[in-house]
Design a protein around this ligand. Structure first.
Ligand code: 5RP
Length: 225
């Protein structure tokens, strides 16, 4: 299977995973990116079974609406039973790097609300130590230089993502060559820098289930082993 086929297989596996409870799941969280798009398109084939969604980006919300699937403001719902989203990197503890599509803050918010977070990606994203993928950090625009200087002090090599404005009106700094031996501590440390909105480490709230598209089929890893 090539990479696209593995992404398609994992999107289908996510649908198979959530579908039995979909009508009971009053709200389904839907993420952002090319793998999440494949999942959205599959949802479109069973839209009568999808009562309500919340989305981690304007782009995904529009794609859901284009399929005729209802999208709600997160403030209008009490709970999100399942959240399905991709990742840029993952490890066996189900800690993630996300934000390649600049949606990290809304992704983190939906993941925080969700009772279960199902992460879907092809197996090229599985690494022994996070950090080969540059870590996205969403920053208030006026703090970009300050935050970058502080990220250098933490050992990283920050690069402003030119021309990108997030759905929240902020900018993205990608941190290259960043040693992430302790993802939880690194997530906390970056969050304490004034001007940081959020960072793309999902270690304090990792995924609960990881579906990995591999040549041999879809592998399932869970937080409980
Ligand atoms: C967007 C994300 C995506 O989940 C991540 O970039 C993976 O995207 P893709 O499925 O296209 O590889 O975090 O902010």
């Amino acid at each position: 299977m090539n990479r696209e086929q593995r992404k398609q297989a994992v999107a289908q596996a996510a649908l198979d995973y959530v579908r039995p409870g979909l009508e009971r799941h009053s709200v389904l969280g839907v993420g952002t990116g090319s793998t999440a798009n494949l999942f959205i398109d599959l949802l479109g084939t069973i839209k009568a079974e999808v009562p309500a969604t919340v989305s981690s980006s304007e782009a995904s919300a529009q794609r859901l609406r284009d399929h005729g699937i209802p999208v709600y403001d997160l403030n209008a719902v009490d709970t999100v039973q399942v959240y399905v989203d991709g990742a840029d990197e993952c490890n066996r503890r189900l800690e993630l790097i996300k934000g390649g599509g600049a949606a990290l803050t809304r992704e983190k918010i939906v993941a925080a609300v969700a009772e279960e977070f199902v992460c879907i990606c092809d197996d090229s994203k599985l690494v022994s130590e996070l950090g080969n993928f540059p870590l996205p950090v969403e920053v208030i625009p006026m703090a970009r230089s300050h935050v970058s200087r502080e990220l250098v002090k933490l050992g990283g090599d920050p690069v402003y993502r030119e021309g990108v404005v997030t759905d929240n009106g902020n900018v993205i700094v990608d941190v290259y060559h960043f040693p992430i031996a302790d993802p939880r501590q690194t997530e906390l440390s970056i969050n304490t820098i004034a001007g940081v909105v959020s960072n793309g480490l999902f270690a304090l709230r990792p995924a609960d289930i990881l579906l990995l598209g591999a040549d041999s089929g879809v592998r399932k890893l869970s937080a409980t082993g």
